[in-house]
Design a binder for this molecule. Structure first.
Ligand code: GSH
Length: 233
């Protein structure tokens, strides 16, 4: 059997799920290499030769001389071009897709990520900073409101089909519980989340490399938060 082109190094986090969602939804064969944060595998020298930032996700394309791609937005764009999926050929729609992808990478991701960090990592590790929590939760809510406005009267962030902008944004927006950001009063955002929630292959991807229901407010979230926080001590 021939080896798949794409080797994906990832973990069950918001950025880590993005390429998994792409590959599962497009039904592309790939090799999965789970990265264990507890073991600091993301900081190992061999891994950091592929991803100089020492974070996940990363892909290596065996079909392109082992070309390595880091940064989840760049990975989605690379996969979209390689497989001609989830990216319009229309130049204006392509630009809009890049705009919303940038909005996720520069806004939703960092702000919700910090809201999560201060509540799910700093606080259980004994460092509670209410000012930072307020700042990042409020900014995250504002950004989700921007998404809600964009999604009024449309099914997808760009054009008539799911794109890499939706794929990048979905795992973050869906994890509003973990960031303790409310989505009350954001019906268009909620309808978009429901639409993607109903896609079986997306849900399959969210179970990898291992299930993490706490991110979505299910299971014993306090226990999961303290286990997660311990990995970052
Ligand atoms: N901008 C980067 C962010 C990557 C990132 O922050 N990944 C987190 C998981 S979502 C990570 O690897 N954390 C482990 C660490 O910080 O050591 C991307 O989108 O790929």
């Amino acid at each position: 059997m021939t080896q798949p082109d794409i080797v994906l190094y990832t973990a069950n986090t918001m950025n880590g799920w993005k390429p998994l969602i792409f590959l599962h939804e497009a039904q592309i064969n790939y090799e999965l290499v789970p990265i264990n944060f507890g073991e600091k595998e993301q900081k190992a020298p061999d891994y950091m030769r592929l991803n100089p930032n020492g974070r996940i996700p990363t892909i290596v394309d065996r079909g392109a001389d082992d070309f390595a791609v880091f940064e989840s937005g760049a990975i989605l764009w690379y996969l979209a071009e390689k497989y001609d999926r989830f990216l319009s050929h229309n130049p204006k729609e392509r630009s809009e897709t890049l705009q919303w992808l940038m909005f996720q990478m520069g806004g939703i991701g960092p702000m919700m990520g910090q809201a999560m960090f201060f509540q799910r990592i700093a606080k259980p590790n004994g460092d509670e900073v209410p000012y930072a929590i307020d700042r990042y939760v409020n900014e995250s809510r504002r950004l989700l409101e921007v998404l809600d406005t964009r999604l009024a009267g449309r099914e997808w962030l760009v054009g008539d089909e799911m794109s890499v902008a939706d794929i990048a944004t979905y795992p973050w927006a869906r994890s509003y519980f973990w960031a303790t950001v409310s989505v009350d009063g954001l019906p268009h955002l909620q309808a978009w989340l429901d639409r993607i929630d109903a896609m079986p292959r997306v849900q399959e991807a969210l179970q990898l490399p291992e299930p993490r229901p706490s991110a979505f407010g299910e299971g014993d979230t306090d226990a999961a938060a303290s286990e997660n926080a311990a990995k970052f001590r």
